[in-house]
Design a protein. Structure first.
Length: 226
């Protein structure tokens, strides 16, 4: 019963966080910024102000909020709404992704830790849930697969934990850059902060969800041992 409650708690946490960021995005994408500047333009100007002339700004091929920084190709990719629109959401998200580019330029400490965990996290993400499913299926024959799956979840949780300071730091850098570049007024910076806070909580929710799943699987494994 406890494992079911943990599963439901994890699901509610993730859905709530996703709802929060979607509500914030829908709200702030409708509010035009006072400078009438697009996400692409603010990204380009912040990059140039930080000497990142070799980093390009492109339209992402994904859907809504598929924005990201690709350090291997030195490209900030912004979803179409963020790239073209002149909203508060465009400013906040574009500046956040540029924050990641600045982190790489300055060799922000958590990047090295995250990169070391990345290969293991990629394997765990691809095989973790399959291993857990097989582990539950063959639980009464051998619990080994279930324990391997739990270890993979722990690796994912560690990767998510290290990702948190990177995301929070990128948001902090974004707010500083927006203020220093006079892209926003006082009211707008508060709106940008709200937008970025909602987005950051999705990472917190993802970590909490993974931790809940780990506890759930441990409870199942212990129940089987008993």
């Amino acid at each position: 019963m406890e494992s079911t409650y943990l599963y439901l708690l994890a699901l509610i946490c993730v859905l709530w966080a996703q709802g929060q960021v979607q509500r914030a995005y829908q709200k702030y994408k409708r509010i035009e910024n006072e400078k009438n500047i697009s996400g692409a333009d603010v990204a380009r100007q912040i990059l140039d102000a930080n000497g990142l002339y070799d980093v390009n700004v492109e339209v992402a091929q994904g859907g809504i909020l598929s924005d990201h920084y690709d350090p291997t190709k030195h490209v900030v990719r912004l979803s179409p709404d963020i790239y073209y629109n002149r909203s508060i959401a465009s400013l906040a998200v574009a500046a956040h992704e540029v924050g990641h580019a600045i982190q790489h330029k300055e060799q922000y400490g958590f990047i090295a830790i995250r990169n070391k965990l990345l290969p293991a996290a990629q394997i765990a993400s691809k095989l973790g849930w399959l291993t857990l499913f097989l582990g539950l299926f063959f639980l009464y024959i051998t619990p080994v697969l279930l324990y391997i799956g739990i270890i993979m979840l722990v690796v994912i949780a560690l990767f998510q934990l290290v990702t948190l300071p990177l995301e929070f730091n990128a948001s902090s850098r974004a707010l500083v850059q927006l203020q220093q570049g006079s892209f926003v007024n006082e009211d707008e910076i508060d709106d940008c902060r709200s937008m970025l806070r909602a987005a950051a909580f999705t990472y917190v929710a993802a970590l909490l969800s993974t931790i809940a799943q780990i506890l759930r699987m441990v409870l199942i494994a212990r129940r089987n041992d008993d």
